[in-house]
Design a protein around this ligand. Structure first.
Ligand SMILES: *[C@@H]1O[C@H](CO)[C@@H](O)[C@H](O)[C@H]1NC(C)=O
Ligand SMILES: *[C@@H]1O[C@H](CO)[C@@H](O)[C@H](O)[C@H]1NC(C)=O
Ligand SMILES: *[C@@H]1O[C@H](CO)[C@@H](O)[C@H](O)[C@H]1NC(C)=O
Length: 515
């Protein structure tokens, strides 16, 4: 619904008119004209799909696996999860991994991004106990993938901290830098001969909320504006520790690359006023720069706007020091540049305006900008996920500029519905978002080398249980066999993945931004 604040952005009309020649750049082509134009991706571009251990594996207490914070939360607080669902069985990929790798091969995937369950390998979190059966599972999975010509791309941490380490305080405790390094070393020693792309952490913006908010994410500790800042501080140091370990001790022989996956919406200002544009920047800095600026900017450290605002609010609260912890100059230098590429998870766009929201204190309030989404944007089954492919292109351009031409792998992108086999909404999403990706690479010159669709299979969607489905393959949870069936989108992605081309669709030339 249009309001007085609504704007039609004509910039995109101009871009669309000037930026679609039949042949673009040297790296790829926009073949033909008129109907059915195919847009070819650069040679060597990789397409794949992604999952995470807790969301697909099941077998939560089999073969010596220890308890993790998701096991703990879903069992202690079933009411936090829609329909009291759990990941106890999930897709049972622990037993069905051979079948799942066959599906990935059918799809023509170049790679598969999956995560390793820390507590499956180290049931107590530390090296006091190493679970050989857990190590074997991933060994078999990696070999099965390679056997089918699919590159394994491994996330070390996708939100499932061993419960034993949570009992020491979890991520706010800096000792976890050492424990994470021990765990990562074991993974690299065990699999680094075959794994050439590593991701240390997935979406710290989300999992550090477990220390800021109840019932969203384990450990469900309600310390906003404190717990999330402390957790992130440890996570960034742990990431950098593992990056340097790999870089100095393993890269010379294993010759792979290691990175971190960060997530963000694109953020539009609510209007072109200087206040709203500043609110847009603060939203991006507090949601993304918080992690990216220390690693990918030239100066390192948390974004200046963030350091200043949290310090000022902390002082006004009568605190003796900022709630945002401080890195020493040595730590700033240690973290800066500690990534070979940027892993990006992106789903949707939001709108920022100047103002205050959230509890006091909290990161939301420190940020001084309020977010919303336009109700006219097409939606998915997830209240937060509106379809705005133009935002994907804008975000990729912003990253390119903000982080000096950084090399990007899109590690997640996808759409939720309630599990229809005829998933026209998902097909439309992938067509339009992959077109936006192509435009960012081929027209705008953003450096993106790979793209992963989330997700290979329907799976346990965290606190939304099994109600919001992101799979390209449907999983029948009413059937004890958990039968997998390709949805319509599997056919579409198979053609994109194997031909390395997407059929051209027009980027929307105008859209409203009102809330
Ligand atoms: C969900 O869990 C809560 C808390 O244990 C319980 O009271 C409720 O009956 C459960 N609901 C269902 C549908 O099982
Ligand atoms: C790692 O990154 C470098 C620099 O971008 C690249 O030349 C190399 O091919 C990458 N290695 C792998 C295994 O992808
Ligand atoms: C489940 O799998 C078993 C073994 O493959 C098969 O015999 C059975 O018919 C399947 N059941 C269903 C409902 O598909």
């Amino acid at each position: 619904m249009a309001t007085a604040k609504s704007h039609l952005l004509l910039v995109w009309l101009l871009l669309a008119a000037t930026a679609t020649p039949a042949v673009v750049g040297e790296k790829g082509r926009d073949d033909g004209d008129g109907e059915n134009v195919k847009r070819t991706f650069p040679a060597g571009f990789m397409f794949g799909t992604a999952t995470a251990a807790y969301q697909v594996e099941g077998a939560w207490n089999e073969d010596g696996k220890g308890e993790n914070i998701w096991d703990h939360m879903v069992h202690e607080h079933p009411e936090y999860i829609r329909d009291n669902a759990t990941g106890d069985i999930a897709d049972d990929s622990y037993h069905k991994y051979e079948e799942d790798v066959r599906l990935l091969a059918e799809l023509g995937s170049d790679f598969y991004r999956f995560s390793i369950s820390w507590a499956r390998i180290l049931p107590k979190g530390d090296l006091s106990q190493i679970n050989q059966l857990g190590l074997n599972y991933y060994d078999n999975l990696i070999n099965e993938l390679l056997d089918k010509g699919i590159e394994p791309l491994v996330t070390m941490y996708h939100w499932d901290l061993p419960q034993a380490l949570q009992e020491l305080g979890g991520w706010p405790n800096p000792i976890l830098v050492d424990y994470f390094e021990d765990y990562a070393r074991l993974l690299i020693e065990s699999y680094g001969d075959r794994v050439k792309h590593w991701i240390t952490f997935n979406e710290p913006l989300e999992f550090t909320m477990g220390y800021a908010k109840e019932a969203y994410m384990p450990p469900s500790i309600n310390k906003p504006g404190v717990g999330d800042y402390l957790a992130t501080h440890t996570v960034l140091l742990a990431h950098a520790r593992v990056y340097h370990m790999y870089d100095t001790e393993y890269r010379p022989t294993q010759q792979g690359n290691i990175s971190i996956t960060l997530n963000t919406d694109w953020v539009e200002p609510a209007s072109d006023s200087p206040e709203d544009i500043a609110a847009q920047d603060r939203m991006l800095q507090f949601n993304f720069g918080w992690f990216a600026h220390p690693i990918f900017s030239e100066e390192g450290d948390y974004p200046q706007v963030m350091r200043e605002r949290v310090a000022a609010n902390s002082e006004a609260e009568g605190l003796p020091r900022s709630r945002l912890p401080t890195f020493t100059p040595e730590e700033v230098a240690f973290i800066r540049g500690s990534s070979d590429f940027l892993g990006l998870n992106h789903y949707t766009t939001s709108i920022a305006t100047s103002g205050e929201e959230g509890p006091n204190p909290s990161r939301d309030r420190d940020r001084g900008s309020v977010g919303c989404q336009d109700p006219t944007w097409p939606t998915s089954a997830s209240s937060w996920l509106k379809v705005a492919p133009w935002g994907f292109r804008k975000l990729l351009n912003w990253l390119h500029k903000e982080y000096n031409g950084v090399t990007i792998m899109v590690t997640e992108n996808g759409f939720s519905d309630s599990g229809e086999l005829n998933d026209a909404g998902r097909e439309n999403y992938y067509k339009t978002y992959i077109n936006a990706l192509w435009e960012a690479i081929m027209i705008d010159g953003v450096n993106v080398f790979a793209y992963a669709a989330w997700s290979a299979l329907d799976n346990f969607e965290w606190t939304r249980g099994y109600a919001e489905r992101f799979g390209i393959y449907h999983v029948n949870y009413d059937d004890p066999n958990l039968t997998r069936t390709p949805k319509s989108s599997a056919q579409l992605l198979k053609s994109i993945f194997t031909e390395k081309m997407v059929e051209k669709v027009e980027t929307p030339s105008e859209y409203s931004r009102s809330c």
